[in-house]
Design a protein around this ligand. Structure first.
Ligand SMILES: [Ca+2]
Length: 330
């Protein structure tokens, strides 16, 4: 018994020792990796001041490594997914937010040609209007994820995009806060998306997508504007299809007019005729196949897919935007 305990104790201490050694080894290797990033930053022409300021602050961010390996179970259908992603609490929060910030939303919405409800819906889905935004330093997160190696080129690119934000003097190391996967602020922009799309909505010289609502709204709206958003149209509509409907027509590359879809037996969800407009080319989407929900989608839906290439994402945003619209708030 005593011997057994001793062996167990020895085994435990050995295992502790080896994990401690592995940790030190990891840290050392991470330091090497950061040194390599630093050399790369010098080669890319970043200023000595930025490099001296930023690199000593970069730490291995273990949470990022864990998060990157986590896999989430695919939701079964929209019937289970939508109530999960857009619960009543989120609808209530989004509607209250919309009402509270309506003046600014309307102003920014007009400037970029995007209806305010879509801006709020996007922020609601992305970060629960900031409630789910996290505060890890994005340079440590992206350096750690690049070091981990699974998607090195991707996160290395994001690391240098974040470095560029600091170099341009927009924000400091600690202000660039991200989730453990590198997504920043209310719109959950990756650093490269921030560089390309973040806007200074209130004209104070900063693009603060973490705590300045004007900047947040303008950045999200500008993204949609650049994705070809049309303020005169909505996203699409849920429809009914006949039993004999050919499911291969549910394909984003197939576009037809309302008239043509009407002739194929497609109707509004309440069974009435489709709109009479003839100026639009529309596609059918059936994310769960022929037995699931069917949607006719317009060009704005494609803008949502550009934001995040997933029908479940786009439909969640569209659904929340409808819940903001009905019943009318303002
Ligand atoms: Ca600003």
């Amino acid at each position: 018994m005593v011997l057994g305990k001793q062996i167990l104790a020895l085994a435990c201490s050995l295992s502790f020792l080896s994990s401690a050694m592995a940790d030190t080894e990891n840290q050392a290797t991470f330091s090497d990796y950061v040194a390599e990033l630093k050399q790369d930053a010098i080669d890319k022409g970043f200023s000595q001041q930025t490099i001296d300021d930023v690199f000593p602050k970069i730490k291995m961010f273990k949470k990022a490594l864990v998060a990157n390996k986590e896999t989430t179970e695919a939701p079964v259908t929209l019937e289970t997914y939508l109530p999960q992603v857009v619960p009543q609490t989120k609808v209530d929060l989004a509607r209250a937010f919309y009402k509270q910030h309506y003046t600014e939303l309307e102003k920014i919405g007009e400037r970029y040609g995007v209806q305010p409800r879509f801006i709020v819906a996007l922020l609601g889905i992305e970060s629960n209007l900031g409630q789910d935004a996290s505060g890890y330093p994005v340079l440590s997160v992206t350096a750690s994820l690049a070091y981990e190696g699974g998607r090195e080129a991707h996160f290395r690119k994001e690391f240098f995009a974040a470095l560029k934000i600091i170099e341009q003097g927009d924000l400091a190391f600690s202000e660039l806060k991200a989730t453990s996967t590198g997504l920043m602020g209310l719109p959950q922009f990756l650093p490269s998306v921030y560089v390309a799309y973040a806007q200074d909505g209130d004209g104070d010289g900063l693009k603060d997508i973490w705590s300045n609502n004007s900047d947040v709204f303008a950045s999200a709206a500008y993204y949609l504007q650049q994705a070809g958003w049309k303020a005169s149209e909505t996203w699409g509509r849920q429809v009914k299809v006949p039993l004999e409907f050919e499911s291969s027509l549910a394909d984003l590359s197939i576009k037809k007019s309302f008239n043509e879809w009407q002739a194929l037996g497609v109707r509004r969800f309440d069974g009435s005729d489709l709109p009479k407009r003839e100026d639009m080319q529309i596609s059918m989407v059936m994310p769960d196949g022929i037995t699931g929900r069917s949607y006719l989608i317009y060009d704005n839906y494609r803008g949502l897919l550009q934001w995040s290439d997933s029908d479940y994402f786009a439909i969640s945003v569209a659904y929340l935007s409808e819940r903001i619209k009905y019943p009318p708030i303002i």
